[in-house]
Design a protein. Structure first.
Length: 249
């Protein structure tokens, strides 16, 4: 083989090897690039999934806050409506007490209070004070003491104090307080119950029965009755005014 032909063959082999090496390098580069892209895509997907999960949590918290604020707003609105209804009821009672139609109601309140009030009981008789003298080693009789103890010197007899005069207590009376404008009209009912009309006027919307000794006091007024029933009235008003909304929620 001539020298030229040998050089040509070596040149072609070198070119082939160069192309083969370049092809392998390109394939390796493409593989690395592909893997890098795959890793980048996986990381991007994970990041997107994490952000989406965080957004879901924030959205749920936002919905819960919105629902809580809405429920709080509804409660405040309902409470305001019921409060206005209670104020209207109190105003209506105040208007009723100023009308002649209130007298039968007041008579009924008075009868209830007199029925509940305790009946006057007689004052117990005072128990006499009993003085006890102890019997012990100390002699109580001067003569015996002188014989037992020669050095014994009897003391001066104690001065008897005069007992204080016991002032008899006034009998216990049932006293009735009523509105000033109805005092005269209710006098017969009060007297028939064995009670006395108080000089000082009572509450404008009811009566008070007490005793002169201060052992009991019965208050029977419309405002007190309304206050005691406020819880039940609020429950009933809530059911009447907002029952339909409550069933839909």
């Amino acid at each position: 083989m001539s020298t030229e032909r040998l050089l040509d063959s070596m040149t072609r082999e070198t070119a082939r090897r160069r192309e083969e090496i370049l092809a392998q390098a390109r394939a390796e580069a493409e593989r690395l690039l592909r893997e890098a892209r795959q890793r980048a895509d996986a990381g991007h997907a994970a990041a997107v999934a994490a952000v989406a999960a965080e957004l879901d949590v924030l959205a749920q918290q936002g919905r819960e806050r919105a629902e809580a604020e809405a429920a709080r707003g509804v409660f405040v609105m309902k409470d305001g409506v019921i409060r206005k209804a209670m104020e209207a009821a109190r105003k209506r009672l105040d208007e009723l007490t100023a009308q002649p139609a209130f007298r039968p109601v007041l008579e009924h309140l008075l009868a209830e209070a007199l029925t509940v009030a305790p009946v006057e009981e007689p004052e117990p008789e005072p128990v006499p004070e009993v003085v006890f003298e102890s019997v012990g080693t100390e002699p109580a009789v001067p003569e015996v003491a002188q014989e037992t103890f020669p050095d014994f010197t009897p003391d001066e007899p104690p001065i008897q104090e005069e007992a204080e005069a016991v002032v008899p207590r006034e009998p216990n009376e049932r006293i009735v307080h009523v509105p000033a404008r109805h005092g005269a009209a209710l006098g017969a009912q009060i007297a028939a119950a064995g009670a006395q009309l108080a000089l000082a006027p009572g509450p404008v919307d009811g009566v008070i029965v007490e005793d002169s000794w201060g052992t009991f006091r019965v208050t029977n007024t419309l405002s007190l009755r309304l206050a005691r029933l406020e819880g039940a009235i609020r429950t009933e008003a809530n059911a009447v005014l907002f029952g339909r909304e409550a069933r839909q929620s």
